[in-house]
Ligand binder design. Structure first.
Ligand SMILES: [Zn+2]
Length: 244
C-alpha cells in the first residue's frame, strides 16, 4: 500500500474502507472460519488505519463471504459491508457461483443481515449496503465489456431508486484505469475443463477489455449520467449515519 495514495483519496473527500489483506483466491473469506476472518480483518485494519484513521466499511475480495463474516466484522469494529449483489446472476462465469446463487433471494435495499445467513434480514448491527444489480451487476467489468448492457442495468436501477430512494452502488476498481500488461496470463484456477473454459479463459479475456484510459472515460460517463438525473453522491459513512 502506498500511504500517499490513501491521503490523496481522503483529500478528495472520499472514504477509505477495507478490502481485506490478501486478494488471492485461496485466501477468500468464504474459505475461512470465524477466527481466521477476525485475524485477517484485524491485520488489514491495523495497516489501513495507520494511514487513514478509523475505518468502518468492508467489501470482500471477489465478494466472497460466508455465514461467519457478519460476526467477524462486528467483532473487529466494522459497521457496514457491501459484498452482496442482490439479484445478480453470474452463471458459470465466476468462482464461488454456487454460493452466490443465494444472492437471488437477498433484499435489494440496505438491511441488517441475520447471523445465520448474510442474504436474510436479521439482528446484526452491521448494515449491508448491496451492490446494485439487475441480473447483471452494476460494476466496472460490465461497463468495460459491454457499455450497452451497463446502460440497460443503469436505467433499471436509476428508475428503481427514483421510486424507493434505494442507494445506487457502482462497484469499480481504481486499477481498471491502468493499462493491462500484454501477455499476462492468469494462473489456471478451475478444477475441470468446462470450468476452466468458462471461468478462466473467457473471463480473463473479457476482464482485460477497455482497461486504462477507456475505463476512465467510461467511468466519467457513469458519473455524468448519475448527475444528469439529479443523483446525490455520498460516502457509505454519510449514508449509514442517516439511514442506518
Ligand atoms: Zn477486489
Amino acid at each position: 500500500m502506498v500511504p500517499e495514495a490513501v491521503e490523496l483519496v481522503l483529500d478528495h473527500g472520499h472514504e477509505i474502507g477495507c478490502h481485506g489483506y490478501d486478494h488471492s483466491p485461496d485466501r477468500a473469506f468464504d474459505l475461512m472460519d470465524l477466527d481466521e476472518q477476525i485475524l485477517e480483518l484485524e491485520r488489514a485494519k491495523d495497516v489501513i488505519e495507520g494511514v487513514s484513521g478509523r475505518i468502518y466499511d468492508f467489501r470482500a475480495p471477489a465478494l466472497r463471504i460466508n455465514e461467519y463474516t457478519i460476526r467477524a466484522l462486528e467483532e473487529t469494529g466494522f459497521t457496514t459491508d457491501s459484498s452482496i449483489a442482490s439479484q445478480r446472476f453470474d452463471g458459470p462465469l465466476t468462482f464461488g457461483s454456487k454460493r452466490k446463487l443465494k444472492w437471488l433471494i437477498a433484499p435489494r435495499s440496505p438491511y441488517h443481515p441475520s447471523y445465520d445467513s448474510v442474504v436474510k434480514k436479521g439482528g446484526s448491527k452491521v448494515l449491508e449496503i448491496p451492490i446494485s444489480a439487475f441480473v447483471s451487476p452494476y460494476i466496472g467489468t460490465v461497463m468495460r465489456v459491454s457499455p450497452a448492457v451497463l446502460k440497460l442495468i443503469e436505467k433499471i436501477v436509476f428508475f428503481e431508486s427514483s421510486k424507493t430512494r434505494k442507494p445506487i452502488v457502482f462497484l469499480f476498481h481504481p486499477n481498471e484505469c491502468l493499462d493491462s500488461k500484454p501477455g499476462a496470463v492468469a494462473a489456471r484456477r478451475a478444477g475441470n475443463v468446462v470450468e476452466y473454459i468458462f471461468a478462466d479463459v473467457i473471463r480473463q479475456r473479457l476482464k482485460v477489455r477497455n482497461l486504462g484510459l477507456h475505463a476512465a472515460e467510461l467511468l466519467e460517463g457513469v458519473i455524468l449520467r448519475a448527475k444528469k438525473v439529479g443523483g446525490e453522491f455520498m460516502t457509505v459513512r454519510e449514508y449509514s449515519r442517516v439511514e442506518g
